[in-house]
Design a protein around this ligand. Structure first.
Ligand code: NAI
Ligand code: MG
Length: 504
């Protein structure tokens, strides 16, 4: 991890030698829109040197279930920049999603999707919308750690890390700074998920202080996404966790009206990947009718990323001018607004002819107003004092009366541990549960040190050792209980590292 790649890119820029990029032509309409886009970049004088790699359908069908071979990996890892046309993932037969593979193995932690309205050329209710969604790309519920634990209960682990939060949130502020944006909105659900989303919110507040020139605000994700859909013009940069970001980036693209025209970037500390958000459109492949705009926008983000904001602006302004002039591909052609229906390569020709022009009514691209490339400092590991104060033991118990289970566990002689409570789906059912609470076969039994002060307004825990936990588990097992998992309860610098049960 580090900023080596960026420093290298910068040096190359200074020397004006071309930046090598790994280019994947993709499947379906991929080769056509890639050709159109690269022709535009070449005419604009973008200092890039493509190295072509094979990804996707051909590789999958050759028997490689990951869709990428070792030669492509090598090219990606030495070039650090991937420019990728959409690929076709063959259906069934256990083919893995190439995007997920690339994202995870290359540590592409940020998914960046700019959406701006192009009204009236692309219809939208929000002609001034200009939003960038920055989605965390590696963590959260998408780590894919899922288990079935009982007859009735399945779980998915939500992982939020401090380095992950710091990286994505700093990236959002640095992005705002680099591209002259004014506000960053954080979206979380920390009224419910106080530890995980709470951490995201807390890190946001910490990092926001380092950027006093950029406005910051936090919204709860549910009302935040509703407002993003109803008044997207109020937003500038939005930063959020993986699942929320997946959802709101599609909402943003949809209300912006430009789903087919958006590009996206996947950014890592070493490698970055740029692509259109649409797929390989096999239904129109080979006909020279596909719209290359999504890939052109991805190229614009790529140029800005490698410190070529000037060329990025030149391409974007020529593209906006072409849309204004009414030269439209079939997918956005509108009687009365469009002047001519053009093919993929003809559209590219028009953009090339417009290089150097700026649009009259659409907002002009001004990426160059920002302050250059984005640097993410290396994470410094914190070291708080960690103390074990208890354990949550999860049982698969087929009984129905929480008092029966609770009274049995409360009577146990358990090596300096005592039962504090039992919850079912997070709600306290023992002691003093209410009979209306529905109980499944999944019981979380919280044991804490016998020295703990666990009633009254002041909760105070007593340290225990893991030996005590092991002895407890062994005892439960011998009594015939089905232990399905445990979670240790820790304090960090005296601060509780676990949530309380509802009603605890
Ligand atoms: P799609 O985005 O390829 O197509 C959806 C509809 O939009 C089709 O009617 C298509 O003709 C149209 N369309 C898409 N891009 C267009 C363009 N540039 N110009 C004009 N019309 C366009 O989505 P679909 O059909 O669900 O997926 C097709 C293939 O693409 C699948 O194999 C899928 O796995 C893959 N895919 C790949 C992605 C990637 O490589 N990043 C992303 C999404 C899908
Ligand atoms: Mg999605």
């Amino acid at each position: 991890m580090g900023t080596k790649a960026l420093t290298e890119q910068k040096t190359k820029k200074q020397l004006n030698t071309p930046v090598k990029i790994a280019v994947a032509n993709g499947d379906g309409i991929g080769p056509e829109i890639m050709k159109a886009t690269l022709r535009i970049l070449e005419s604009a004088g973008a200092p890039i040197e493509p190295e072509y790699i094979d990804l996707g359908e051909k590789v999958y069908l050759s028997g490689n279930t990951s869709g990428i071979d070792s030669k492509a990996w090598e090219a990606i890892r030495s070039n650090k920049i991937i420019f990728k046309a959409p690929i076709t993932t063959p259906q069934g037969k256990g083919y893995k999603s190439l995007n997920v593979t690339l994202r995870k193995s290359l540590g592409l932690f940020a998914n960046v999707r700019p959406v701006s309205a192009l009204s009236p050329y692309v219809p939208t209710n929000f002609p001034k919308m200009d939003v960038v969604i920055i989605r965390e790309n590696e963590e959260d519920l998408y780590a894919g750690i899922e288990h079935r634990q009982t007859q009735e209960v399945y779980q998915c682990l939500k992982l939020i890390t401090r380095p992950g939060c710091e990286r994505i949130i700093r990236y959002a502020f640095e992005y705002a700074k680099a591209f002259g944006r004014k506000k960053v909105t954080c979206m979380v659900k920390d009224n419910i998920m106080k530890l995980t989303d709470g951490l995201f919110h807390q890190v946001f507040d910490e990092i926001a202080q380092e950027y006093p020139e950029i406005k910051n605000e936090t919204q709860i994700i549910d009302i935040g996404s509703a407002r993003l859909a109803a008044s997207p013009e109020d937003y500038d940069v939005v930063v959020t966790a993986n699942l929320y970001g997946d959802i709101i980036s599609d909402i943003a693209a949809e209300v912006g009206g430009s789903v087919g025209m958006c590009g996206s970037a996947n950014i890592g500390t070493e490698v970055a990947m740029f692509e259109a958000i649409h797929g390989s459109a096999p239904d129109i492949a080979g006909k020279n009718i596909a719209n290359p705009s999504g890939l052109i926008n991805a190229a614009i983000s790529m140029l800005a990323h490698i410190g070529q904001a000037e060329v990025a602006d030149k391409v974007k302004n020529a593209w906006l001018t072409t849309l204004e002039q009414g030269f439209h591909t079939a997918d956005i052609y509108q009687e009365g607004i469009s002047v001519a229906k053009v093919g993929t390569q003809e559209f590219a020709d028009k953009v090339i002819a417009n290089l150097g022009e700026t649009p009259n009514t659409l907002p002009k691209s001004l990426l160059v107003q920002g302050k250059g490339t984005i640097q993410i400092p290396e994470y410094v590991r914190k070291n708080e004092t960690k103390e074990l104060v208890g354990v949550d033991v999860f049982l698969d118990w087929q009984g129905t009366d929480p008092n029966e289970l609770g009274d049995t566990l409360a009577k146990l002689e358990v090596y300096q541990l005592k039962l504090k409570m039992i919850t079912n789906r997070g709600v306290k059912v023992y002691p003093e549960g209410i009979k209306e609470t529905y109980c499944t076969d999944h019981w979380r039994c919280r044991f804490v040190g016998t020295g703990a002060q666990i009633s009254g307004p002041e909760l105070k825990y007593a340290p225990i050792t893991y030996e005590h936990v092991v002895a407890l588990l062994s005892k439960l097992h011998h009594l015939g209980f089905d232990v399905i998992k445990t979670e240790n309860l820790y304090e960090f610098d005296g601060k509780r590292g676990f949530s309380l049960g509802q009603g605890e």
